[in-house]
Structures are given as C-alpha cells and as structure tokens.
Design a protein around this ligand. Structure first.
Ligand SMILES: Cc1cc2nc3c(=O)[nH]c(=O)nc-3n(C[C@H](O)[C@H](O)[C@H](O)COP(=O)(O)O)c2cc1C
Length: 390
C-alpha cells in the first residue's frame, strides 16, 4: 500500500503494535519468565562496534550466499514461526515476500497455512518439525513435506515448555466460539483495519495447525497439537539421527547453544545448525546467541553451516553475526512486525531494510562480499563471549 513504507524494523514494530489487537501483538513479543534472554539477544548486539574505513572502499558488494544448498540473494532467511492471526494470508504472504526478495522460507509445523500452499509460493521452503507424537506420526509429517516439495528440514528441539511471563501471557483461544468472539470483540473493534482484513476473507482466524493433521484427518487446533507435543518424551541423539535419515536431504538442527552439542550434531550427520535460544522464549537466562556464536563457529564452522537467530533487527546485526562466524542469520520478530504492519509488502520492506543495512556496513568496512567478513571487522569487548560446553 502506498505511503506505508517504513525505514527501520523499529518503525515496523511500532506500526504492527498500532494495527494489531493487543493480544496478537503480545503473542509476537513472546519471551519467557523475566525476559533476560529476550533482552540480552538484542542488547548484546549493541556491545559490538565497528571501525569503518574512509577511502579505498569497495564499489561492488556481493550479498549472496547459500544455506542448505539453496542460493540466496542476502544472508537472511525466514525463521519458522507460528504466525497465527497476524494476517489472513499468514505464511503464504511471508513466503511470497521471501521469494520476491530472493531468499528462503522456514515454515513452522505450527503455522496457519499448509506446507503445499507455502511451497507453491516459495519453492525454497524448509519445513520445520518438532519432536511431537510417535515416530510414525513424525515420519508422516516428513513425508508430507517432501511430497509438497520442501527443500530442507529444520528440526527445532530446544523447546523447554517455559510457560509463564512476568508481564503476562496473551489469551489464545483454542477456537473462536461465540463466547470467544464476545471476549475478543472490544480489542478487535479498536483495531478496525485488522478486523476488516479478516472479515474480507470471510472468516476470522481459526487457530488450527494444518501441518500437524494426520493423513486424511482434520486440522488439529493449536492447543490440541501442543498437548501432543507436551506429552512426547524428548528425543535422544539417536532419534535426531533417525529423523535426519528419514529426511535424507539437507537438515538443520535449530536451537544449539553449546559447543559440545554442536559437535554431537555433526556426529548425527546434520548439514547445518542454528545457534538459537528460540528468540528468548525458552529457558530464561540462556545467554544471547551472538555471545554463544564465536566459540561454536570456531569449533564446527569448517564442517557444517552455522547460522544464528535471535535479536537480529538491522543489517549491521547481520554483519556482526557473519563477522563472528555465521554463514547467514534467520529472523523471527523482524518479519512478523513487517507482516503485522503491512502484509507481504511489509515483509519485503523488512528484507529491503536489512539488505540496505548489510550493504552500508559492507561499504564502511571496505568489504566486497559477505563471505569476506571476519572477526577483525568487529570491536568486541573482552567479556563479551560465552563459550559453553567447551
Ligand atoms: C511468535 C513466535 C513464534 C515462534 N514459533 C516458532 C516455531 O513454531 N518453530 C520454531 O522453530 N521457532 C519458532 N520461533 C522462534 C523463531 O524461529 C526464532 O528462533 C526467533 O524468533 C529468533 O529471534 P528473533 O525473533 O529475535 O529474530 C517463534 C518465535 C516467535 C517470536
């Protein structure tokens, strides 16, 4: 929509906050317990500095790289999130935006759109899976993703079911009954544009998770699927190996925070890991991912692809992560703010803001390509790093 262009992720966040009902906005802020990790993910980036050059800079700058064998035009990939209720087109809008900007889409098992529709919108889709249900049920989801044309599998295994937040959790209805409608009405009515978007589609958000459906079965509700996950014993490294073998293609383990776990991930044959604390939604007190990255990248970066997610809000954050050893980053809230602010165009806008920030930082640092970045490109305080499991 004309006149809706924004110049920063912070601006997108402000607009999303204004546009979305409070409970939907708060569900995106998320975080757990006291929010220590949520805040450190962002604050830690601010501790890193640059020392740009003045002349002799590179006039040609190449932002392209690849992740899980997929060429991407900038080192930023969409991290899987359950986008529920932010926008009627949900993950399909995000997938289209990523495709339009030449990058890959991570699709959550808890997404609101079926994997088939998302792959149709972006052939560079990685399907994300949780360890929920029996091996047979998990294998069924893997086969469905493969049949749909997903080109990579992301296993997210770091979830610790931390429920409470000191600032309160938004109420998420299991399905929208008349009673829920009435309860939600005052919020929805004060956000008319969001309401109009959904009423135009002829339905209100139904909070089902189509990618968790049994073959031939109905789409379970968000909480129905969550319940199954909660009751599933957590996976062993043998289970992770089994999952990787079931898939047989490019495979990412998301949620690694320790050097020893990164090495075990190599042993079970992963293609990539993401140094991730689930955006601060897990065990609170886990350090910022950018503090954990250098030791992990140094230990395993020459054997597998190392990505980072958590707290990326600007192009210079991407540059800092790459300088400390990441091949690329994944973004969560940044694109969710864009989606909430302006749908597909808002997500494209966020990717453009990041691209421009990455390019500016490369220019200042005198680098011609994102693959040339190294530790000398950032100023890191002595006590910055957290090397865990060394
Ligand atoms: C609202 C929300 C929902 C999320 N849902 C999922 C999910 O379904 N699967 C997953 O692997 N990660 C999920 N994540 C974590 C993101 O993939 C990513 O790790 C995190 O958002 C990165 O931090 P950032 O938001 O600061 O960029 C979710 C994050 C948020 C904020």
């Amino acid at each position: 929509m004309a006149g809706e262009w924004f110049e920063s992720v912070a601006d997108a966040q402000r607009r999303a906050k204004k546009r979305l009902p409070r409970s939907v906005y708060n569900a995106l802020v998320a975080g757990s317990e006291k929010g220590l990790t949520l805040h450190d993910n962002i604050a830690a980036f601010d501790e890193l500095g640059f020392a740009p050059h003045t002349a002799g800079l590179s006039n040609e700058r190449d932002l392209s790289t690849s992740v899980l064998g997929q060429p991407i035009s900038l080192p930023v990939v969409i991290s899987p999130t359950g986008v529920q209720a932010v926008h009627p087109e949900g993950e399909v809008a995000v997938a289209r935006a990523a495709a339009a900007r030449g990058t890959a889409m991570g699709l959550s098992s808890f997404a609101s759109k079926p994997v088939e529709e998302v792959v149709a919108a972006n052939p560079q889709t990685f399907f994300q899976i949780y360890w929920a249900g029996t091996r047979e049920q998990i294998a069924g989801r893997v086969e469905r993703a493969r049949a749909a044309g997903a080109v990579g599998l992301i296993a997210t295994l770091d979830w610790s079911f931390s429920m409470g937040r000191d600032w309160g959790s938004p109420h998420i209805p299991d399905n929208i009954s008349l009673r829920e409608m009435l309860r939600f009405a005052p919020e929805a009515l004060t956000h008319p544009r969001w309401l109009v978007m959904f009423t135009k589609t002829g339905r209100i958000p139904n909070l089902t998770v189509p990618n968790m459906a049994e073959p031939g079965g109905t789409e379970p509700s968000f909480f129905g699927a969550y319940g199954q996950w909660l009751q599933t014993p957590s996976p062993s490294w043998d289970d992770v190996r089994w999952l990787r073998e079931q898939w047989g293609g490019p495979f990412m383990l998301k949620g690694v925070t320790r050097v020893d776990d990164a090495k075990l991930a190599i042993d079970v044959g992963v293609t990539a890991i993401s140094v991730s604390n689930h955006g601060g939604n897990n065990l609170d007190g886990t350090p910022a991912t950018i503090r954990l990255l250098p030791a992990i990248a140094e230990a395993v970066g020459d054997q597998i692809e190392v990505l980072l997610d958590g707290g990326v809000r600007r192009g210079s954050d991407v540059i800092k992560a790459l300088a400390l050893g990441a091949r690329a980053v994944m973004i969560g809230r940044a694109y969710l703010w864009g989606l909430g602010a302006n749908g597909q165009a808002g997500v494209e806008n966020v990717l453009d803001v990041l691209r421009s920030g990455i390019d500016s930082a490369l220019l200042g640092l005198g680098r011609g390509s994102v693959t040339e970045l190294d530790r000398t490109d950032v100023l890191m305080p002595a006590d910055f790093e957290r090397a865990v499991g060394v």
